[in-house]
Design a protein around this ligand. Structure first.
Ligand code: NAD
Length: 302
């Protein structure tokens, strides 16, 4: 799709399952020079990935650390204003954000969620501006829970709504330089961030008291999983992760059953769409949310 020779920054690699890692691999295969950004705490995992794919470069980039972001965009690969594409695949919310009723989420937890998951896009764009080329492209990731309330997503949905709005304002700001800014919004994919939403529920089962979550309860009951029998646990255990994977697969199955295309979305599907939005083929598309969800969001009662 015309990525040959382009230089791209991809922020948000934590492990092999990270959507950002799939995007980075796809872009590299398509001929781009790719620098991935990661948090220092995930370095041991990311180092192994980079050893496997020596064509992909890496540097730490915590979005809460302005100096680290500046150093990331000063990478020699982007020297002389050579950055063509920027992918922001970053989100975080403390467990309470997913499990507490919205009216009980405190300002500290909500602010942290907005800071990392929403406002970071603005800071990343600012740090990238000195090297971001005219005609370049910025892509971030959101989820349908930005537009509809969904059990287990809580105030992260509010942060994603703000992210989608921010993209429209950035599109206006950057448009004079013909830099595009868009969102890819995929259906559910099994990753670290996705599983931690379910683990938050497992750690604080009282979260269910405030939400009917009728469909979720039905689906799980069908498979012998009784949410009301959950025991609170302080730290996520191996058993919690196994539980979270089962729940997440059921959520994926539900999405698949109710979509015009009866299938689940995977990170490779997302990588294809991101590649398109970074390529010249999308040169007149900006400020948009591209739903990569087998059509789930486009229909009712199917
Ligand atoms: P992931 O956990 O692999 O990625 C989240 C990334 O955010 C991690 O790499 C983490 O290190 C990074 N991050 C968190 N705090 C950071 C900080 N302070 N500085 C720098 N990076 C930080 O999970 P993922 O599913 O690949 O998530 C990537 C994006 O895709 C997120 O925006 C997520 O909301 C979005 N998304 C995921 C799904 C899904 O089902 N997995 C669906 C729709 C959208």
């Amino acid at each position: 799709m015309g990525m040959q020779g382009k230089k791209v920054a991809v922020l948000g690699v934590a492990d092999r399952e990270s959507i950002a890692w799939h995007i980075a691999c796809r872009l590299e295969e398509a001929g781009a020079t790719v620098v991935v950004g990661y948090q220092q705490r995930f370095y041991s995992r990311v180092r192994l990935l980079l050893q496997e794919r020596p064509g992909i470069l890496g540097q730490k980039a915590d979005v809460l650390d302005g100096d680290e972001l500046d150093a990331f965009f000063a990478h020699p690969a982007f020297a002389g204003g050579q950055l063509d594409g920027l992918v922001h695949s970053v989100a975080y919310g403390p467990p309470n954000v997913f499990s507490k009723p919205p009216s009980e989420v405190n300002v500290r937890d909500f602010t942290e969620t907005l800071d990392i998951s929403t406002h970071s896009l603005s800071r990343v764009v600012r740090a990238a501006r000195p090297v971001l080329k005219a005609g370049g492209s910025v892509v971030t990731l959101s989820f349908l829970a930005a537009q509809r309330a969904m059990p287990l997503y809580g105030m992260m949905g509010v942060a994603k709504s703000a992210l989608e709005s921010l993209v429209r304002y950035l599109a206006v700001e950057l448009g004079r330089e013909r830099i595009r800014c868009n969102v890819v919004s995929p259906g559910p994919i099994e990753t670290l961030a996705a599983l931690s939403e379910v683990v938050a529920l497992k750690r604080d089962p009282s979260a269910l008291e405030h939400m009917p979550a009728v469909r979720l309860r039905e689906i799980l009951a069908r498979h012998g999983m009784d949410l009301s029998a959950l025991k609170p646990s302080a730290e996520p255990s191996e058993e919690d992760i196994v539980f979270a994977r089962k729940v997440w697969r059921e959520v994926q199955r539900e999405f698949s059953d109710r979509s015009p295309i009866h299938d689940t979305v995977n990170a490779a599907d997302v990588a294809d769409s991101v590649e398109f939005l970074l390529s010249d083929g999308s040169r007149k598309i900006t400020g948009q949310v591209l739903m990569v969800d087998c059509g789930f969001s486009s229909c009712l009662m199917v």
